[in-house]
Design a binder for this molecule. Sequence first.
Ligand code: NOJ
Length: 768
Amino acid sequence: MRIGMGMKGIWMAGALLACASVTGAQAASISHEEAHRRAEALLKQMTVEEKVGQMNQSSGITMPGLGGEKPDALITQGKVGSVLWLTDVKEINRLQHLAVERSRLHIPILFGFDVIHGYRTIFPVPLAMASSWDPTVEEAAQHLAGQDARAAGIQWTFTPMVDIARDARWGRMVEGAGEDPYLGAAMARAQVRGFQGAELGPDSVLACVKHYAGYGAADGGRDYDSSYVPEDLLRNVYLVPFHAAEEAGAGSFMSAYMDLNDVPATGNHWLLTEVLRDEWGFKGFVVSDAFAVASLQTHGYASDPQDAAYKAVTAGLNMDMASLTFTHNLPALVKSGKVTDAQLDAAVLPILEAKYELGLFDQPYVDESKVDATLSRPEGLALERRIAGRSMVLLKNSHRTLPLSATLNKIAVIGPLADSTKDIEGGWTVEGLFGGASKNHPVTVLAGLKAKLGAQAQVSVVPGPALSRVYPSMLDTMTGNKPLPQPTAAETADWVAKAKAAAQQADVVVAVMGEGANMSGEAASRATLDLPGIQLQMLEAAVETGKPVVLVLENGRPVDLRWAEEHVAAILEAWYPGTEGGNAVADVLFGDVNPGGKLPVSWPRSAGQEPLYYNHNLTHEPEDRPEFTSRYWDLSSKPLYPFGYGLSYTSFKFTNLKLANKSIKTGEATEVQVDVTNTGKAAGDAVAQLYIHQRAGSASRPVRQLKGFERLSLKPGETQTLKFTLGKHELSFWSPQTKVWAVEPGVFDVWAGEDSTASLHTELTVTE
Ligand code: NOJ
C-alpha cells in the first residue's frame, strides 16, 4: 500500500463529485442493525410460501425456457422476491405496484440486472479497466453506473465478476480483472465501493460478487466446464478477490455454474457455508447463477428437482435465479421437516435486510420522468472518455510511430471494427442484450479519428467482411444475430487488394482489428487465438506497402500477435473501450493522452501455451537452463508480453530499491521504497509494481507474486519516491501442509519495476 494520495485520488474525487445523488432519494440510509430488526419482525408474519417467495428470482423476460409467462400471478401471491433481465422502467414500476399494493405483506421486489461496465454510458470492459492499474477508475465508473442503474429502477447488479482468469481461451476473461489475485482484489474492492458507497442506501446499488468460485479455472478454457483446483490454490489465488470483496462489504454473492472439485458450486457446502459464512463471516445472501439450482440435476449431483432444492439450500444458497426450483419444491421440504424452519429463516433474512437497507420499502418506485435525463448526463460521457484513455495499453511503438502528427493528411482506416458501433462497447450492454440501437451513439475509432483530424483530412476506409462467430451464442440467437458465411476466395482477394490500395495512397494506416464483441464473454471460449476472418491477410497487405501501420485492437482476450509484433509499427490495445471509445483511441493515437495502462494478463504467443500466468512455481528445470527445460520444443513457454507490461510515450527508470529493515520477525512489517524517474521528454504515467518470491518454506511458492502497485503521473525529469509495505498481509500464504495462513521464516526476493520481469532487486529476511 502506498502512503499518501497521488494525482489519481484528486481526479477521482472530482469524478465522484460530478455525479452526486441523481435519484433524488429522500429516504435516509438505515443501519444494518435496524434493517435486521425490521426484517426479523417481518419474517415473523410470513408463511412458508411467502418466505420461499423471497428466495425466488423470476425472469423478467418471457421466453420458452426462461419461465414462459409473466410473473404477475406469482407476484401477487407473494412468491417473487426479485426479478432479473428487465430494464423497461414502466414494466418495472408495474410489477413493483403489484408487489407493493397487491401482495399480502407488501414486500417490494428487488430488481437485478447485469450492470457490468455501465448502464447506458458504457465504460471500458472490466479487463480494460483493470488494465488501468488504477482502482479509482473502477470505483468512479461503477459509481456512475450504479447511480444510472438505480435511477432506472435497478437496485442490484451482478457485478463485480472477480474470477481469476489464467487461460485466454476462456471467453469470460473479458469480464474480470485478469490473472492476478492482488490486482484482482484491489479492483474487486473498488467496484464494491463504487456500487454500494460507504454503506447501502437509497442511492446505492447492491453488488453481487461472482462467480463463486473457481469458474475461471474451467478445464481447457471451455466455459462451464469442470474446475479442479486444490485447496491451497483456491485460497492463495482464486478466492483472494472474493474475500477482498466480502471484506469491502459486498452484500451478495453469486454461486458459479460449474463443478468445483466434483461438487457443483451451487450445492457446495464448503464454499457457501464453511468458507463464506463460517470463516469470513459473510452476512449477506447468495443467489445462484441462472438456472443453476435446476442444473444440479443436469450435473448428475441431484437426483430430481426436489433433491436439487434441498442440496442448494442446505449448502447455503439463499436465492434461486430463474429456475423456479425453490418455488416448486422448497415448501414441501420445509413442511416435511427435511429443511428446518430455522434454515429457511436464515436463508430469507439477509434478503429482507438488503431490501430495507436499500430503502426499497420507503421508495419502491422509479421516477420515470427523470430516467432519460439521468442516463444522458454529459459528465458520464466525459468520465467514460477519460477512463477509456487511462485503460489502453501500448504494446509496441517502433521508431516512435506514435503519437501521430495532428497535421496528418491522408490516413487509411482498415478492418471490420473500424466503424462498428455494435462492437466498440463490448458485451453486457443493455441494448446489446435486448437488441435495438444504443441510445448513446457509441463513437467508433473511425468517427474518433475524423473528429480529431477535422474535415481537411482525407480518410479512406476499407472495413473488409464483417466478423462472425462460426457457432452462434444463445444471445446471438435471441437478438437475431445470425452467423455470416465466411468470405469466398474471390471476396477475400478483393478486400485484400482494396486494403493494399488504400494503404498505398495513405501517409499512415490505422488497422482496427480484433474480435467482435460477441466473440468473448459467456459461452464464448476459443480453441485458437488467431485474428478471426481475413484480418491478418488485410494487415499483411497494408504492411507490404511499407507505410507505417498502427494496429488498434478491440478484443476481450489476448489474440495471437506474433506476426503483428514483428511487422507492424505500433500496436495499441484498446480492448472494448466503451461509448466514447473512438474518441479515446484518437486521444491516445495523437498524444493528447499518454498511454499508461499495463496488461493484467500474460499475453500468450499461441493458444497452445494456455493456461499461461506469471505467478507459476519454479520447475526443476526452468526455461532459462540450456537443456531438459520445461519449455515446448517448438515454441517458447514465455509470454509475448509479460504480465504488467505496457509502454508509454516517455520512459521511466526505477532506482534505489530499499527496505527500511532488511530483517524482520514473522509478525512485523517493513517499508519498501523505490524511486521512479521520468527519463523521457513527455509527461506520463508509470505503474510501479512490487513483486516478491519466498525462496523456501513448507510449500513451493510462485516465482513472483505482485504485492504492491501504484500508478503515478510524472513530468519529464521528475522523480517520486514510492513507499510500500511488506508485512503479514503481503508475506503470508495458506500452506497445503500446515493448512493455515502464516508468514514463514526465510529469505524473500523483492523486485520493483515496470512489469513482472522487473530486475531491480533486494532481499528481505524473515526470522522466527
Ligand atoms: C449468467 C451469467 O453467468 C452471470 O454472469 C449473469 O450474472 C447471469 N447469467 C444473469 O444474467
